[in-house]
Design a protein around this ligand. Structure first.
Ligand SMILES: *Cc1c(COP(=O)(O)O)cnc(C)c1O
Length: 468
């Protein structure tokens, strides 16, 4: 038995994996990873895989990065963790100062959570509680975009709209207001991203005009709707949204959990619209992909609405056991050092251009509807019919064939439905990008050529829609 098989068998007896139908592993091997270095992951049999998805969008400077490693090692000998209520520590103070400094002017206070979903919960609760504290208890609903994703906890799912993740739990969700997304995949022929995003804003304007008295906040994934299939839109939408939120007295929550820290080409996506949200949620790449940590930044105005004598019960009595963990903060500080010292945002421009060039030919493929890119994220949408953009039935799982082909070639590509994408660590080289493009091209050829037998869905879940 190979070492991989040995670990796989032990794993499957006891580990229940995330976002996985465990039965798939009757035919699909699980890959136990022994070590990582830079963009590479290495399994127990010595096979290497290029991590094209940054291990679920978290890793930006490679695995086992010496600079981040050293910072964590230094920190662990000093202080591994301490309660953050009544106590503080150097890494959390320094990190908060730096986050306030590098984010748009006016985001002055940082509240910590330990993962992206709970950071969304923090922003939603804070927004609602702010309106309550200033005497507007009716403002308690949230506006969200169609096809958005904000995490897996109940309220985070409530403001999300990717059917694959939320439909099953519909009975448990909050009542939110859904507005059609500015997603440029659906722009009519000959219409620019900017025009389309601007046109789609009319839906948002109308919703705010009708409901602002009962709306606490609008929440969006700026520029890229990630889990919804790497769908993209123009910054003009964010600019219009900021103006409208001001006019209607509604908070704007930016979920930059996936797009923050350089993914869209700027350090934060909101910079491209020249705006400041009322709440900015950060996680994923915040620690370079090392440790779970999330930060919700907000304004002094919001902070002030909670600042009062204890018996008024205006305080934000929310906590997580690992709030502001020192090791995670140390990893985040090392990550911010690298951004600064290596001038990463500037250096990424050449890499992004290279990604675009390496994938451009796929736009001509008979079963590719679109190749789209925003900064260091590029997506290739496979379709059944190119002219009408008719999607493959989701049950066919075409993306799975790309995934399997890529593994055989030594790359970790994990398509979202029929959308193949690269969201690589920023330490990737042009040659490695070329390799990924080659593997993706082969994978797409295999996946779109094959006949697929469709397994019948579970009749208990009639609501399932195509995840992308
Ligand atoms: C991943 C993600 C989340 C949830 O973060 P977790 O740490 O996985 O809970 C929320 N919003 C967006 C946009 C994400 O991509």
């Amino acid at each position: 038995m190979s070492l991989n098989d040995h670990w796989m068998q032990r794993d499957l007896k006891v580990v229940w994996h995330p976002c996985t139908q465990m039965k798939d592993h009757e035919s699909l091997p699980l890959i136990p990873i022994k070590r990582g270095e830079g963009v590479w992951l290495e399994d127990f049999d010595g096979k290497r895989y290029l991590d094209a998805v940054s291990s679920w969008w978290v890793n930006v400077f490679g695995h086992a990065n010496p600079r981040i490693n050293q910072r964590i090692k230094d920190q662990v000998d000093q202080l591994e963790h301490v309660i953050l209520a009544g106590f503080s520590h150097q890494p959390v103070i320094e990190l908060s100062e730096r986050l306030v400094q590098i984010t748009p002017e006016g985001l002055d206070h940082v509240f910590y959570a330990d993962n992206g979903s709970s950071c969304i919960e923090v922003a939603l609760k804070m927004s609602f509680h702010y309106w309550l504290n200033i005497g507007k208890p009716d403002k308690k609903r949230f506006v969200t975009l169609s096809n958005s994703y904000h995490g897996e906890t109940i309220a985070a799912m409530s403001v999300g709209d990717v059917g694959l993740f939320t439909d099953t739990y519909k009975a448990l969700l909050l009542d939110t207001i859904k507005v059609p997304s500015p997603d440029c995949y659906y722009r009519p022929e000959g219409v620019s991203w900017e025009e389309h995003s601007r046109t789609m804003f009319q839906h948002m304007e109308q919703t705010l005009a009708e409901h602002s008295h009962e709306i606490a906040a609008v929440i969006v994934e700026p520029l890229i709707q990630g889990a919804g299939g790497m769908r993209m839109y123009h910054p003009i939408y964010l600019k219009l949204l900021r103006e409208a939120c001001d006019r209607y007295d509604v908070h704007l929550i930016h979920d930059e959990i996936a797009v923050g820290f350089g993914r869209t080409g700027s350090l934060f996506a909101c910079e491209q619209a020249g705006i400041r949200p009322d709440f900015l949620c950060l996680s994923k790449a915040l620690t370079g992909g090392y440790l779970p940590l999330a930060a919700c930044l907000t304004t002094h105005k919001v902070y002030q609405a909670f600042y009062d004598d204890y018996p008024t019960l205006r305080a934000f009595l929310h906590s997580h056991s690992y709030t502001g963990n020192p090791l995670a903060c140390a990893a985040a500080l090392a990550t911010l050092d690298i951004f600064e010292q290596d001038n990463v945002i500037e250096a990424n421009k050449a890499l992004a251009t290279h990604m675009g060039r390496a994938c451009a030919h796929l736009a001509d493929h008979a079963h590719v509807a679109e190749v789209r890119q925003t900064g260091m994220a590029i997506a290739i949408e496979m379709v059944q019919d190119k002219a009408t953009k008719t999607a493959y039935p989701w049950q066919e799982r075409r993306g799975m064939q790309v995934y399997q082909h890529a593994l055989s070639r030594g790359a970790l590509l994990r398509p979202l439905g029929s959308v193949v994408y690269f969201l690589p660590p920023y330490v990737i080289t042009p040659e490695q990008i070329d390799f990924l493009a080659e593997v993706a091209t082969e994978g797409i050829e295999i996946a779109t050529r094959s006949r697929v037998s469709v397994a019948t869905g579970n009749p208990n879940y009639p609501g399932f829609r195509d995840p992308g």
